[in-house]
Write a protein that binds this ligand. Sequence first.
Ligand code: SAH
Length: 221
Amino acid sequence: MNNYDNNKNNGEVLYTTLRLRMVERQLVRRGIRDDLVLNAMRTVPRHKFIPEKYRDSSYHDGPQPIGKDQTISQPFIVASMTEHLGIDSNSRVLEIGTGCGYQTAVLSEITKSVFSIERIPTLLEKANNILFELGYRTVKIKLGDGTKGWQEEAPFDGIIVTAAASCIPDELIEQLGYDGRLIIPVVESPVTQTLMKIIKTTQGITIEKLYEVRFVPLIED
Ligand code: SAH
């Protein structure tokens, strides 16, 4: 191994150490319990999704910029939203807001049926490339307005929205299967966004308010 490879290798070992520490300190200690989620977060190399100039902060306890005024969510928020989705290896999942593709990769560690919609072409292309390079080859991503959902692939067991919506889009509720869950940040006032969990049953829907969050706005056409 030459010096370059050696440094590169040490870098990867360091990132793995930081990632495992992130899972223990930021997720397990704060109550994330689902092993499928914890193992996914232990496995996905978060630093590979973050632009080089911010890469050293990849495992920090906060959101990071990914370009085009967009951000990758704080690790705890990614884990918590995924846990609330309640998915397993048989689930079909739709993500709205691919961004850098990190959340997409976390979902793909849990199930092979992941669909994601992004409206900024350059982000979509970068996410597609890195997901392919890392071996997440069953993910389907399309360009478009995610608030309309993905009718041809519905129904979904889980839908996760990673930008703040002004209201809960009817199309997304329609595209949920029974017992399906929609996890979505909703703007409630100019200074308040609340993460909501909507469960669809044969009787109708239930809406649970989870906690306050801060997301970039969903661009609705
Ligand atoms: N899940 C992402 C977070 C991305 S931030 C990650 O892990 O990195 C929110 C993303 O939603 C941005 O990439 C933004 O371009 C996208 N977005 C905003 N409005 C959208 C819409 N109507 N349809 C699809 N994507 C949208």
